[in-house]
Design a protein around this ligand. Structure first.
Ligand SMILES: Nc1ncnc2c1ncn2[C@@H]1O[C@H](COP(=O)(O)OP(=O)(O)O)[C@@H](O)[C@H]1O
Ligand SMILES: [Mg+2]
Length: 165
């Protein structure tokens, strides 16, 4: 699967969608999260973390100032937020390449602020179409991303019908 668009109507739904990705994601993958401030990137990232097995009470917030947070799940989650960065050089100073090439799941908010595109398997773009309405578009970049995307879709569909959404 190459592309998939889904609508959510509450932050819990976006979190559930992220959870589907966290459950399905294999080790060593890079997923980019784009969309304006308040779109729901962090909300999605919370779901990813819990789906990966990060303890549910763990606060998962935008690492806007820290630039990166690590959470321990079934594999580590490397959660980046590039809002305050604009150059790939700054990203390299953070040791980004080693994380991205490592065995964790690398999740990058504001990936599109970099001058050049970051290598990834899946790009998630969130846009707002009303106070609580969001459009979430997934684009698979490589075969691993396509595989993950079909699993996210089926996990989400099962979760959604279980929750009567
Ligand atoms: N369907 C939805 N999905 C995600 N967030 C939503 C939704 N509807 C409303 N919101 C609100 O939008 C905001 C999203 O914030 P956040 O996830 O921090 O955004 P970002 O990280 O993209 O800046 C939260 O205040 C959340 O309650
Ligand atoms: Mg955020």
């Amino acid at each position: 699967m190459q592309q998939w668009r889904v609508a959510t109507r509450a932050e819990e739904e976006t979190r559930l969608l992220g959870r589907s990705l966290g459950k399905a994601a294999p080790a060593g993958m890079v997923v980019l999260l784009n969309g304006p401030l308040g779109a729901g990137k962090t909300c999605f990232a919370q779901g990813v973390a819990y789906g990966l097995g990060v303890a549910e009470q763990t606060p998962v917030t935008s690492p806007t100032y820290a630039l990166m947070n690590i959470h321990q799940g079934r594999v580590p989650l490397y959660h980046f937020d590039l809002y305050r960065l604009s150059r790939v050089d700054d990203l390299e100073d953070l040791g980004y390449d080693e994380y991205a090439e490592g065995q964790g799941l690398t999740l990058v908010e504001w990936a599109d602020r970099m001058g050049e595109p970051l290598g990834s398997s899946l790009v998630v773009t969130i846009s707002s179409s009303g106070e609580n309405d969001r459009q979430i578009e997934f684009t698979a970049v490589d075969p691993a991303g396509r595989q993950l995307l079909s699993e996210v879709k089926s996990t989400w569909e099962a979760a959604r019908s279980a929750e009567n959404l």
